[in-house]
Ligand binder design. Structure first.
Ligand SMILES: Nc1ncnc2c1ncn2[C@@H]1O[C@H](COP(=O)(O)OP(=O)(O)OP(=O)(O)O)[C@@H](O)[C@H]1O
Length: 707
């Protein structure tokens, strides 16, 4: 038979099986509904015994249907189907692999869940170690329709005569396909080196490093799905948290886990880790460096011990006709003593009241001694402690503190200078105070870690009349799927995945570490893409966040699946000298399309960008990203105010982390280099976002080192 006819025939074979799967699914659904009705009958007390028996038999089936329904709801009919793989073993055994497991009426497997041990060979078998697999077939579906099949022969001399072999590379076909707005799962084409990481043990800390496009994010998400499937009892209840660099990123990855049926995973951007806040603004890199540094912890600690701006500077109270007065200095002595006793201020009110009453009693005793009188100390303390004026004084002198309020106090340069004495330098103090004084632009992503630190240092409100929030406002409860409702400031996740971890500041590591006190970790990063200036300080904070986790394993992914080799060659040039040999991955796909570097006059940048975008929207099927320096995003976005094409996105350099587009227009690369001390790495990130085409528009040629 000719190749197209063989292919058509093989597609028909697989279609027949896929049809069986969907028919069985419909039958299972009908059974589940019948089951519900019977469950109702149990409630009515009818036919108990028989129904219980059936109930336990059908329980598994019901669970399966529930999982199937969840998965089906999220499958994108244009792209994915339920069944995507088939293994033909040497002994004739045949396994279909899919997004979930389905059994037929005889409880035989129609489809094996990709995470089940029986499916592992689909990812792990190679020609060198075929694991008894003769042919591995990738089945590409659109909803219930089989579109294509693609085979690998793993044991050539065991191929039976009637076995047909079709195609040459499901991976390359998948990589060449255009990208949509959201990342897609890669279950059909997970590679062996990736599979090893996905299936690594769940305990301890699993680190995944590798260059751009090596599938780190994809692998981490599939690992989360795998761990939940294999260890649902240990991990499912307490939940899994995935942390990404930005809201744009978490939205980009948001459908990967649901497409595998996992909805119990919470996705949060770094600006959203603290309940009640959704910060998206990025600080300038020097400011972010100060806010992220561990030095801030000392500054915050001193700041919250400072006298509140509204606090009265003396306490006067009349006792038995005599005025007892505590001066500013005496009050400060009490404040210092209260702070050094260890409890967070919001938990210290009662203790503070005792200390103030002690000081007042000491005053009264002093006066009495001069007059040769005796004072009943206990009576004095009871009397004054019950006075309304004493309580009025207490609540303003030792108010309930809120994190946001303390950061605002630090907008006063004098106050900040006092708190930061010997910790921050003059320039840093001026810069930070100016930023904190101007609250018109809302909190930044780096502020969130400071607010969370303060939340813990201050402690919860003394009486929880209402829920404590960082902003004194009701928080919004979020979660990627809206299915889980955890208590506020939940810190008992069983597994935490941190993506783009190379960029977390030490203060952010502390914040993230608090959420995973009891968790095992999957940590994803690439040091060469780091925009954090002090990697050693961050590494120490990271180790502390992990706590005393014993097992620690590290994997490096080395193949770049995103960029064409032509695009990656250009990107690699800008980090030569900034990366160790061996830190850069190898791009496997060539397209024959070289990236274009176009010299443009500054004044002509708008027209040149519009022109390049128009070209690319015309030549690629999927998304086009325009990447600029952070402070030019609004300006560049305004150039496209009249462009209605939803495939176009304008994004700042830092926000482009983790994202990808079919085509990219990079505006003024030198501006990315100069916007921070780690600018060259940020430029490398921007240059590695395109899968097919890249146009660089530059008025300054210095960004590209001469060869
Ligand atoms: N085995 C695979 N099969 C198909 N596509 C893959 C595979 N591995 C990775 N990809 C694709 O390659 C692209 C890059 O993957 P991903 O974003 O996970 O890489 P990354 O290492 O996190 O990149 P970066 O560090 O640049 O953010 C994605 O489109 C992903 O779906």
């Amino acid at each position: 038979m000719s190749e197209p006819r063989v292919r058509r025939a093989e597609i028909a074979v697989e279609q027949a099986h896929v049809d069986r799967v969907y028919t069985q699914l419909a039958a299972l659904k009908a059974q589940a509904e019948a089951m519900r009705t019977k469950g109702y009958e149990i409630g009515q007390g009818a036919q108990r015994e028989a129904i219980f028996e059936q109930a336990s038999m059908l329980f598994e089936r019901d669970m399966m249907v529930h999982h199937a329904n969840q998965t089906l709801q999220t499958l994108d009919a244009e792209y994915e189907g339920l069944v995507f793989g088939r293994l033909d073993h040497r002994d004739g055994e045949l396994i279909y692999v899919g997004r979930l497991g389905i059994r037929d009426a005889e409880f035989d497997n129609l489809v094996t869940d990709w995470r089940a041990p029986a499916a592992a060979a689909f990812y792990q078998a190679t020609a060198e170690e075929p694991m008894d697999v003769v042919r591995r077939r990738v089945i590409r579906c659109s909803g219930p329709n089989v579109l294509d099949v693609d085979d690998d022969v793993l044991i050539a001399d065991a191929v039976p005569e009637d076995m047909q072999i079709v195609g040459e590379g499901a991976l390359m076909a998948a990589l060449g396909r255009s990208r949509g707005e959201k990342m897609r799962d890669i279950v059909a084409t997970i590679q062996k080196e990736q599979d090893e990481v996905i299936r690594a043990p769940w305990r301890g800390v699993t680190e995944i490093t590798g260059g751009p496009g090596t599938g780190k994010t994809a692998v981490a998400l599939h690992r989360a799905a795998y761990l939940l499937y294999r260890h649902r009892r240990q991990l499912g209840g307490a939940g899994v948290l995935v942390i990404g660099p930005s809201g744009v990123f978490t939205s980009y990855i948001s459908r990967v886990l649901p497409s595998m049926g996992e909805t119990n995973v919470e996705l949060r951007a770094l600006g959203e880790v603290l309940d009640g806040l959704e910060a998206t603004r990025q600080d300038s890199s020097p400011l972010a460096a100060v806010k992220g540094s561990l030095r801030m912890r000392r500054v915050l600690l001193r700041a919250l011990r400072d006298t509140p701006p509204e606090a009265p500077d003396e306490l006067r109270i009349v006792y038995r006709g005599e005025v007892l007065k505590l001066t500013e200095r005496e009050l400060e002595k009490v404040r210092r003593k209260a702070h050094t006793q260890g409890a967070p201020p919001n938990r210290s009110r009662v203790r503070v009241a005792e200390l103030l009453l002690d000081a007042l009693a000491a005053k009264a005793e002093g006066y009495a001694k001069e007059d040769g009188r005796q004072i009943d100390r206990a009576e004095l303390i009871t009397d004054l402690g019950e006075r309304i004026e004493f309580h009025r004084f207490l609540v303003v002198w030792w108010p309930v503190l809120y994190p946001a309020q303390i950061l605002k106090w630090l907008g006063n340069e004098k106050r900040l200078a006092a708190a930061a004495k010997g910790v921050l330098n003059r320039g840093e103090i001026t810069m930070l105070a100016a930023d904190l004084a101007d609250r018109s632009h809302g909190w930044s992503v780096a502020d969130v870690a400071l607010l969370d630190e303060l939340r813990v240092l201050i402690g919860p409100e003394p009486k929880r009349r209402r829920r404590q929030t960082v902003l004194e406002a009701e928080p919004e409860r979020r979660g990627s799927t809206g299915t889980t409702h955890r208590p506020e400031h939940y810190d008992e996740y069983s597994h935490v995945v941190v993506d783009e971890s190379q960029d977390l500041s030490p203060m952010q590591w502390r914040m993230v570490g608090r959420r995973g006190k009891y968790a095992s970790w999957t940590v994803v990063g690439d040091p060469v893409q780091s925009s954090w200036p002090d990697p050693d300080e961050a590494a120490a904070a990271r180790d502390q966040a992990f706590g005393a986790k014993t097992a620690r394993r590290r994997y490096t992914l080395r193949t770049n699946y995103r960029n064409s080799a032509e695009i990656f060659d250009l990107a690699a040039k800008v980090v030569i000298g900034h990366a160790e040999a061996g830190e850069l991955p190898r791009a496997v796909r060539t397209t024959g399309i070289t990236p274009e570097v176009r010299p443009v006059e500054r004044t002509g940048m708008e027209a040149a960008t519009q022109g390049a975008v128009k070209e690319l929207l015309g030549s690629v099927e999927g998304t086009v990203g325009v990447i600029t320096a952070m402070d030019r995003v609004e300006e560049v976005a305004s150039w496209f105010a009249a462009t209605a094409d939803e495939r176009l996105k304008v994004v700042g350099s830092l926000d482009s982390k983790g994202l990808e587009y079919d085509a990219v227009v990079l505006v003024e690369p030198m501006e990315l280099v100069t916007e921070s001390t780690t600018g060259r790495r940020v430029l490398y990130v921007a240059l590695t976002r395109a899968t097919q085409q890249l146009i660089v528009l530059a008025s300054d040629p210095d960004w590209l080192p001469s060869a």
